[in-house]
Ligand binder design. Structure first.
Ligand SMILES: NC(=O)c1ccc[n+]([C@@H]2O[C@H](COP(=O)([O-])OP(=O)(O)OC[C@H]3O[C@@H](n4cnc5c(N)ncnc54)[C@H](OP(=O)(O)O)[C@@H]3O)[C@@H](O)[C@H]2O)c1
Length: 272
């Protein structure tokens, strides 16, 4: 299946070619037109919700994929969907907060798929309760998955990306990574922390051709936090596919452009 090229990219490519023809700059020509086929991606939290939508969008765009989540059965089901799109896929049950499991995940991805061009740090959990009422175990569980997980996964893929001459790391944060909400201290702390982590990492690896970006989605229709995926009347929401489209937009940006942070707001109520 071909990869659709966004109008913005087409315009951008034409501008680059005109400059090149005029002899102004030959280095900015984008030869691939945003084509991602042949690349390999790793998506965490890929067994449902936003991660599943990202995995399927990347597969449709031509990437082979390594998928991670703790539960193997649901992960295998998404891997089957990816293979049905004609892509290679390895599904590795992984807790992203456990260093040895992350190292094993990345080793298997490289052994079976040969390279790693894209990491999407999407796995996430939440916990509710005031600071006083909350259990320290919940605080540690949320921080381990939402903050330590992206640190461990990024650290594990960087050597391969550097060897290959570049790559992209996309972190799925949240509106709760920019605004604090009562009863959500652990979640907000983890997502605010992810923003800082991403900014620091971007500064560390940008000159190695590795783009680090963060997407902050608003409320998205998934089973996050065990809630039913129902659309409530009067509430504006995003679909998982909206977040997946944002990831693809980032990956298809021209080599000379980098979006460090993208806030994705729900704009209208979806039809029931
Ligand atoms: N839904 C929203 O409204 C919303 C809004 C903004 C941001 N986000 C963020 O978007 C991301 C995805 O959320 P979602 O709505 O798609 O949630 P979801 O439907 O609950 O999916 C979460 C995914 O993460 C995996 N996961 C959880 N803990 C993990 C761990 N320790 N190690 C590896 N995988 C783990 C889950 O699989 P297992 O349970 O099998 O591990 C599942 O695949 C999260 O980072 C969330 O914070 C969501």
């Amino acid at each position: 299946m071909g990869s659709p090229v966004t109008p913005a990219l087409v315009i951008n490519e034409r501008w680059c070619r005109e400059r090149a023809v005029a002899g102004e700059d030959e280095t900015v020509i984008r030869e691939d037109g945003g084509d991602l086929s042949g690349q390999v991606g790793l998506v965490t939290g890929a067994s449902r919700g936003i991660g599943r939508a990202i995995a399927l969008a990347l597969a449709e765009a031509g990437l082979d994929l390594a998928l991670a989540a703790r539960g193997q059965a649901a992960l295998d089901a998404v891997a089957d969907e990816v293979r049905a799109l004609g892509r290679r896929c390895v599904a590795v049950a992984t807790d992203v907060g456990v260093p040895a499991e992350v190292d094993r995940l990345v080793a298997r991805a490289l052994a079976e798929l040969g390279r790693l061009d894209v990491l999407v740090n999407n796995a996430g959990v939440d916990a509710h309760g005031t600071v006083e009422e909350s259990a320290v175990e919940d605080w540690q569980r949320v921080l381990a998955t939402n903050l330590t997980g992206p640190y461990l996964c990024s650290r594990a893929v960087l050597p391969a990306m550097r060897r290959q001459g570049g790559g992209a790391i996309v972190n799925i944060s949240s509106g709760a990574g920019k605004t604090g909400y009562a009863g959500m201290a652990a979640y907000c702390a983890s997502k605010f922390g992810l923003m800082g982590f991403a900014e620091a990492l971007a500064a560390e690896v940008g000159d190695q051709g590795i783009k680090v970006s963060t997407i902050c989605p608003g409320t998205t229709v998934t089973e996050f936090g065990g809630r039913p995926p129902a659309r409530q009347a009067g509430v504006k929401v995003l679909l998982p596919e909206d977040v997946a489209a944002a990831v693809l937009y980032l990956l298809r940006q021209s080599p000379q452009a980098w979006t460090s942070e993208m806030t994705l707001w729900p704009f209208r109520e979806l039809p029931a």
